[in-house]
Write a new protein. Structure first.
Length: 253
């Protein structure tokens, strides 16, 4: 597995919080005050990540692209030449299917892309490479799912990318020589600013079509101040996106 996978898992929550708890346990006798601080940071971090209201606040900071109005769907053909739906990994080893499948996040993106494609008549490109070197590509899995589950035929498959930056660069290699420069990008709302930035850097005119918004009213009892296990996962996704946006602005100028 790539080195960046281990770095990401250890330096971002919840991995970082687990390391703090382990460090606190290790230092509990030799450095009790430092150990207490590590325990407080680790447990406090887990508590904050478990709160739906924290997910809501975090998403509000990251989700900067507005959603498309429903009446805009049918007119996308006047503003773009293709729809690009970005991959999000895979679910491995589900014996019910007998093969790897797109993630739940990926299916949400595919569903929205399928609706936009049917409303606008625009062709679709699926973008996503091998997941840790294991075939098939994410693009192939998405193409098969879009065809079988949503009745949409994918015209292009970009199956080499591993990151959002590479999504944009390899998509440019496929589409720009064919004169396709205006694209609708489909991905989750928190991920959209980084995707739009990457595709514009690659030479595209971009129409953002974000979905999967987590900001706004969380609709939970007590305003979302009770912990939920799902919020830990969502907080981790948002933290990953925040770090990604900072990293891209530093390394891909």
């Amino acid at each position: 597995m790539p080195f960046r996978y281990f770095v990401k898992q250890l330096l971002l929550p919840p991995g970082l919080l687990m390391l703090l708890l382990l460090l606190g346990w290790w230092l509990r006798r030799s450095r009790p005050r430092l150990a207490s601080a590590c325990f407080a940071l680790g447990l406090g971090g887990f508590w904050l990540m478990s709160l739906p209201v924290v997910v809501e606040w975090s998403a509000d900071l990251l989700e900067r692209e507005p959603p498309l109005a429903r009446e805009e769907w049918s007119t996308l053909g006047q503003r773009a030449d293709a729809i690009v739906v970005l991959g999000s990994g895979r679910e491995h080893g589900d014996v019910a299917w007998g093969a790897d499948q797109p993630t739940g996040i990926g299916l949400e993106r595919q569903r929205y892309a399928a609706r936009l494609a049917k409303a606008s008549g625009l062709p679709v490109l699926a973008s996503g490479g091998l997941h840790y070197g294991i075939p098939p590509t994410e693009a192939q899995m998405m193409a098969e799912s879009l065809r079988d589950d949503f009745g949409v035929t994918v015209r292009w498959q970009e199956g080499k990318s591993r990151t959002t930056w590479e999504n944009a660069q390899f998509t440019a290699q496929l589409l720009l020589p064919q004169g396709v420069k205006r694209v609708v990008i489909v991905t989750h709302a928190a991920h959209m600013p980084r995707a739009v930035w990457s595709f514009r850097k690659a030479g595209f005119d971009v129409v953002a079509a974000p979905m999967g918004f987590l900001g706004g009213d969380n609709a939970r009892p007590l305003g979302g101040w009770l912990p939920e296990s799902k919020s830990i996962w969502q907080s981790g996704q948002l933290m990953n996106e925040a770090v990604g946006q900072v990293g891209y602005s530093l390394f891909y100028r």
